[in-house]
Design a protein around this ligand. Structure first.
Ligand code: F6P
Length: 361
């Protein structure tokens, strides 16, 4: 009998519960037990935060959003913010405690579900001797090693539905609507939802934009008797002569800055330069919420089952990845090395340009 422990780390994504379901069921069918570590590594630091995941316990979680285990993006055991007696935070390496607890609780393998950050931490534990399997999660779809991550399809479905709704109000008021979507270093959400949702301009981190070009497109719309426009802006987009806009570090222990504000900046510039009524909105965490689409559910279930197959095969320090039509195992060291970026010759970029969308370049 083997005992597996599963954790979900980083920003949540629709489909996390489907991965948990598949891991529990696939392990159970082999006579193994599964435990969940709450909020990333919290359970491996404090045994009270470990929960037994029986098939009964996970029976109805597949279609639900979020994660039944909870998640965090400031729980890196190699650099954990810990409060001292004076109430000040100090960054500590508590990874040895995690290793000791992992062994003491009799776990055979850790299934780490996460994005770039969580998978990097998982790889560091593998280097310390922990048996680890990674499962790729992120709504941004920015991991090079897998054709797609789960959560992305749900995010682009939400964003596309929002764009669809904005057309009628933009048209009624002859307005420009600027929609900021997630996407820190990769513009996949903006690109996919922008094309499907009929955007006039899509601004992404990979293609720095010239705001004058965006305004030209709005003027061009006018010439063609279209008096409104929809502009999709990835949160990590930047002007050719500028930088990303962020709100600082956010919570203590968080490793990335909190992005946000580029949509509003673009809206103000458009209003100033074109005198057209312009409004901006931020879709934000709506993109991470709600039930996973059928595609994400299925992908998440396949990832979970494939992860248990890797445990059985003893292929540790690897991540399961979609390599259509099947699954493959990628060494974690390779999986965390490269971010999947939108290439200028990507078929979707070409398609967008051919149907009249500008990238502001
Ligand atoms: O990486 C996923 C992501 O959703 C990013 O697109 C976004 O910048 C970030 O997480 C937001 O994180 P938080 O939940 O801390 O606001």
């Amino acid at each position: 009998m083997r005992k597996l422990v599963i954790s979900t780390g980083g920003g949540d994504a629709p489909g996390l519960n489907a991965v948990i379901y598949a891991v529990v069921k696939a392990a159970h069918s082999r006579g193994w037990e599964v435990y969940g570590s709450r909020c990333g590594y919290l359970g491996l630091l404090d045994p009270d935060e470990i929960v037994r995941l029986s098939p009964e316990k996970v029976a109805d979680i597949t279609p639900t959003g979020g994660t039944i285990l909870g998640s965090t993006n400031k729980g890196n055991p190699f650099a954990l913010p810990v409060q001292n007696l004076a109430g000040e935070y100090q960054i500590r390496d508590v990874s040895d405690r995690v290793m000791e607890n992992f062994t003491r609780m009799g776990f055979y393998c850790h299934v780490a579900v996460g994005g770039d950050g969580s998978l990097s931490i998982a790889h560091k534990f593998a280097e310390k001797g922990m048996r680890v399997i990674g499962v790729p999660k992120t709504i941004d779809n920015d991991l090079e090693a897998t054709v797609q991550t789960f959560g992305f399809d749900t995010a682009i479905t939400t964003a596309t539905e929002a764009l669809d709704k904005l057309h009628s109000t933009a048209k009624s008021h002859d307005r420009v609507m600027v929609v900021e979507v997630m996407g820190r270093e990769s513009g996949w959400i903006a690109l996919n939802s922008g094309i499907a949702g009929g955007a006039d301009a899509i601004l992404i981190p990979e293609i720095p934009f010239d705001i004058a070009k965006v305004c030209e497109k709005i003027g061009d719309n006018e010439l063609h008797d279209k008096h409104y426009a929809i502009i999709v802006v990835a949160e990590g987009a930047k002007p050719k002569d500028g930088t990303v806009i962020h709100k600082g570090q956010g919570e203590i222990g968080r490793e990335e800055v909190v992005l946000g504000g580029m949509g509003e900046w673009v809206a103000q510039e458009i209003q100033k330069r074109t005198q057209k009524d312009t409004r901006s909105l931020v879709l934000g965490h709506l993109q991470r919420g709600g039930a996973p689409t059928t595609f994400d559910r299925l992908l998440a279930l396949r990832f979970g089952a494939a992860a248990v197959r890797l445990v059985e095969a003893g292929t540790f320090d690897h991540m399961v990845a979609l390599a259509s039509p099947g699954m493959k195992a990628v060494p974690l060291a390779d999986a965390i090395r490269a971010r999947k970026k939108v290439r200028p010759d990507d078929d979707k970029v070409l398609t967008a340009r051919e149907i009249g969308v500008t990238f502001g370049d």
